[in-house]
Design a protein around this ligand. Structure first.
Ligand code: BGC
Length: 919
């Protein structure tokens, strides 16, 4: 038995994450030397978000329980900055009187908070002591709800505007920090004219530290925009379609973000893709370019020409000839970040640009090479610089004749007619002209039959266990041959959320979800959210990472690999095998609610950043799940709205990042989306999860649906129990069933009536087992798992010990006595429900207090990690007082948690009463 021990140094984890924050911050403006802050000046800090730093967005991409979030106040004070005390006191008082609103349940959190109306006299007094003011504006966003073009979402609220204009009137230097997940409107802000504006994004639990390091000049800003900031939301080419609850035409086609703006509308850009200021300046010099058969190598020297240390990101863009297909005038095809360069110091970097990255997909056959990635003949111009707009033409290379990079079969193409844009040259540059989109000519039934795997004859149990396949003493075929139809039906059922088979509070168990599968030696793998750290719904604390956009803005792959190697160790310590991230959908429109989890409007950047994260996880012996495959570009009606997208846009934009993550990042786990693409829900899309993912890209891992996803067949209505459609598509695991060993789906019936082949299930079972065989879950079964020694992690009394979480059966009515629980300030009480009858329940929470009548003692109830209400008791003279709320309980195993923000309460009981079985 070989067991290794690895060390996770929490201190190093914090420092690496803070470095990511510092490197991900994008400084858009810095006039009158507003930044960096001077060492001994007193700073006037405004905005309630100074205390409530948004560490991430909401939903599965943000629900990490943390011991401490370093907010902006902490960050600045810890780095020695003196803050104006009167302001701090006033904000504290107001914040206590106007508690932070957690909202009311999943997808119903407010995307911003009420801001304190700023009194002119207060600002005036602060301005007497301080020259410089910093204002913090905060936004969150997340699942089930997009951002909107309203105040407090994409736009500033009136209180925020009032605060900012008051500050502007009084201070000679004004800095605005945008603690947001996603870009917001810049017009009003630019009118107020702060001296400095920084997107500080949502930096996880060390956000304040990383931000302070930039503000104080310890680290020079070096983050770059991963999206174009246009003047108006309506300027984004997807604007007419985004948010459609029924059908979303992708008429802008491949012209997403800067591909659109640089080609058709350069004047509509406020800040170009790739842009970000520094405290220093750099000179970029291309020394040499070497053309090889499959790539170009650019040898570039970067010199720090300014007066302080810093890093720079060199970016290379390609302008391919318009040819017959039409092309954007710029496509990012390579980038590299330098090390920290001292003033005068130079570094030479070699950036390889693969020819694949400059290729276009012909989805119509107009080039004579239908369904191929090609380089059309003509001149390829390369631009080198530090953002898309200012990159300068450095090299031109001529392609004689068409070069075919790869040939494919048509897949996932639209079935309904629509038009897309294509550039035509006019006197003032390119104009968009509409052309019809090629439609699908694929016979999907035939394609499935042509791909049918060979059935492995059933042998019954021959005593072969999965570990024998791993050892190489038996083949996977021999192992799978032993599985009964029932085993095959169970192995494709993920179980959750909160399955007692795996770590408490996680999203799913998969693999060995029945006694019989366990007997065959199939381990239960544990999947857990998400892209910004582990979500442990029973309240266990974990490390919260910066959000996806911020990580991508670093343009620093090495740093992200280092960070995710640490996350990998933390996962092993928590027996989590498969992180449900990175999220890598394309920022098609700035109002998408989940943009914060995702990286960029550009697929190359997206794919390479995801690969860097995966490399880190893989180094530590765990993995990530790339999601949501593909086209999850809005939250409004995300379960049903149909993305109508050309095959070219899919292959070049919406699939491209995933392709890179599979080929370069060696992704071995993929999650499909909730919604349909071109009429078929991705949970059951053969073209997506077999033809493209496996046949074209050579993926050998396993795939899963999103949680409780819809499934359909072409032309048919949604039927969530049609697991056969999913299995046929080679989407391997349905996430999630309440109980894996007994589920009401159509697998066995479909085998019986011949609409599903045993061989298809065997193929899927092999995918799952091949994956599991090499996980820590397998090692745990064999007692060879890696042990993690966590050092330098501060003790946290309020952390929940997941092994102590007690489960209660709930079948209509239940009262749990809470008389003995600890209710000290900052503690959590966690328990689980094993729900026999799912539905909407009335929850009654009863407590008493002997504190004063005006005491405020808030208790927040979390269900599956989401707040379902904060109930505030006053003193009750010791008599029991109850609060009620209705709460949906639809997941068989549900973790509930009570969080006590103040002490002084005696809990009595919590009661559940079924009010409706309709959810
Ligand atoms: C999200 C996924 C997530 C899953 C499990 C879904 O709501 O879309 O991204 O991984 O829940 O929590």
């Amino acid at each position: 038995m070989i067991q290794t021990t690895k060390t996770l140094d929490w201190d190093k984890y914090l420092k690496t994450a803070a470095q990511v924050v510092s490197e991900g911050i994008v400084m858009l403006k810095n006039e009158h030397q507003a930044l960096p802050l001077k060492p001994h000046e007193e700073i006037a800090l405004f905005g309630r978000i100074q205390f409530h730093y948004y560490k991430s967005g909401t939903g599965s991409g943000g629900m990490v329980n943390v011991s401490k979030v370093t907010n902006i106040v902490d960050g600045l004070q810890e780095s020695g900055i003196k803050l104006n005390q009167e302001l701090l006191d006033v904000y504290h008082k107001w914040d206590n009187e106007n508690p932070f609103d957690l909202g009311d349940g999943w997808g119903k959190e407010p995307w911003s908070q009420k801001e304190m109306p700023l009194e002119d006299s207060l600002a005036a007094r602060a301005a007497k002591r301080c020259q410089t003011a910093i204002a913090v504006i905060g936004r969150t966003a997340g699942e089930e709800q997009d951002n909107s073009l309203t105040e407090g979402s994409f736009l500033l609220s009136s209180d925020e505007k009032q605060m900012l204009t008051t500050i502007r009137r009084h201070f000679s230097k004004m800095i605005v920090l945008l603690n947001v997940g996603n870009i917001i409107d810049m017009n009003e802000l630019l009118e107020i004219a702060p001296d400095a504006i920084l997107y500080v994004w949502q930096g996880g639990m060390t956000g304040g530290t990383g931000t302070a390091d930039v503000l104080t000049g310890k680290i020079s800003p070096c983050g770059k925009l991963t999206d174009t900031i246009a003047k108006h939301v309506e300027d984004y080419p997807s604007a007419p379609y985004f948010g459609d609850p029924v059908r979303n035409f992708y008429s802008e086609d491949i012209y997403v973000g800067y591909r659109y703006f640089e080609t058709f509308a350069p004047d509509k850009v406020l800040y170009p893709f790739g842009f970000g200021l520094s405290y220093t300046t750099f000179q970029i010099k291309t020394n040499d370019i070497m053309e090889l058969s499959d790539k170009w190598d650019f040898i570039i020297t970067v010199t720090n020409t300014g007066s302080c240390s810093g890093k720079e990101v060199v970016q290379i863009y390609c302008e391919a000839p318009q040819g017959k297909l039409g092309k954007p005038v710029r496509v990012l095809c390579g980038y590299e970040k330098t090390n920290t360069l001292s003033p005068g110091e130079s570094q030479t970097v070699t950036i390889s640009v693969s020819k694949t990255q400059t290729a276009s997909y012909d989805d119509s056959g107009i080039s004579g090479h239908a369904h191929c990635f090609i380089l059309e003949e003509g001149d390829y111009h390369f631009y080198v610089g530090t953002d898309v707009r200012h990159a300068v033409k450095t090299y031109t290379c001529t392609q004689n004749g068409t070069l075919v990079i790869s040939s494919h079969q048509q897949a996932l193409a639209p079935v309904e007619a629509f038009e897309r844009i294509k550039p035509v040259l006019s006197t003032d540059g390119y104009e968009p002209q509409m052309e019809p989109v090629p439609l699908s000519e694929v016979d999907e039934t035939k394609r499935r039959l042509e791909n049918l795997p060979k059935e492995i004859p059933f042998t019954g149990d021959r005593g072969i266990r999965l570990c024998d396949v791993r050892k190489g003493t038996h083949t996977m075929e021999e192992f799978i041959a032993q599985m009964t139809d029932y085993d095959l039906a169970c192995v494709i059922r993920g179980e959750g959320m909160n399955s007692p088979r795996v770590t408490a509070g996680t999203a799913s168990a998969f693999g060995g979800v029945s006694q019989e599968l366990e007997a065959l030696g199939v381990p239960c793998g544990c999947c857990d959210d998400g892209p910004s750290g582990m979500r442990l719904d029973c309240g266990t604390k974990a490390f919260s990472l910066p959000n996806g956009t911020m990580m991508a803005c670093t343009f620093n792959r090495t740093l992200l690999t280092e960070l995710f190697a640490l996350t990998g160790l933390e996962m092993i310590a928590n027996k989590v095998d498969c992180l449900l991230g990175p999220g890598m959908n394309i920022h098609r429109h700035p109002l998408n609610g989940r943009n914060f989890e995702y990286f960029s409007e550009d697929p190359y950047l997206t794919g390479t950043i995801a690969s860097a994260q995966l490399h880190g996880l893989h180094q530590s012996g765990v993995t990530g799940t790339i999601k949501h495959f593909c086209g999850n570009n809005q939250e409004t009606n995300r379960h049903d709205t149909n993305g109508v997208i050309s095959e070219r846009a899919l292959r070049e934009i919406y699939l491209k990042g995933f392709e890179i993550a599979v080929k370069e990042g060696h992704a071995d786990s993929v999650m499909t989306t909730y919604g349909p693409i071109n009429g078929v829900w991705t949970a059951g899309s053969f073209d997506l999860t077999t033809q493209i993912l496996r046949n074209d890209w050579g993926f050998t891992g396993f795939t899963m649906t999103d949680w409780w996803a819809n499934i359909n067949r072409r032309g048919q209505a949604v039927d969530k129990s049609d697991f056969a459609a999913m299995a046929i598509a080679q989407n391997d695991v349905y996430m999630v069933c309440a109980i894996g060993a007994e589920n009401d789906d159509n697998i066995l019936a479909s085998l019986e009536n011949g609409t599903l082949q045993r061989s298809e299930l065997q193929r899927n079972a092999a995918n799952i087992c091949r994956f599991l065989m090499n996980t820590q879950a397998m090692a745990r079964l064999e007692g060879t798992e890696t042990k993690i020694d966590i050092i330098n992690r501060p003790a946290d009394e309020s952390d929940v010990d997941e092994s102590s979480v007690k489960f209660y059966e709930l079948d209509g009515n239940l009262t749990i006595n809470l008389e003995d629980i600890c209710t000290d300030k900052g503690t959590n009480h966690s328990f689980g429900l094993d729900i026999k009858t799912m539905g909407k329940y009335r929850m009654t929470l009863t407590a008493s207090s002997t504190q004063s009548e005006v005491a405020q003692i808030p208790v927040t109830l979390f269900s599956l990690g989401t707040a379902y209400g904060t109930f505030t008791w006053n003193g009750t003279n010791g008599l029991p007082v109850s609060f009620e709320t209705d709460i949906p309980l639809f997941s068989k195993y549900t973790n509930l948690r009570l969080f006590f923000a103040q002490g002084g309460l005696k809990m009595h009981s919590i009661t559940f009463e079924l009010i409706s079985t309709e959810l």
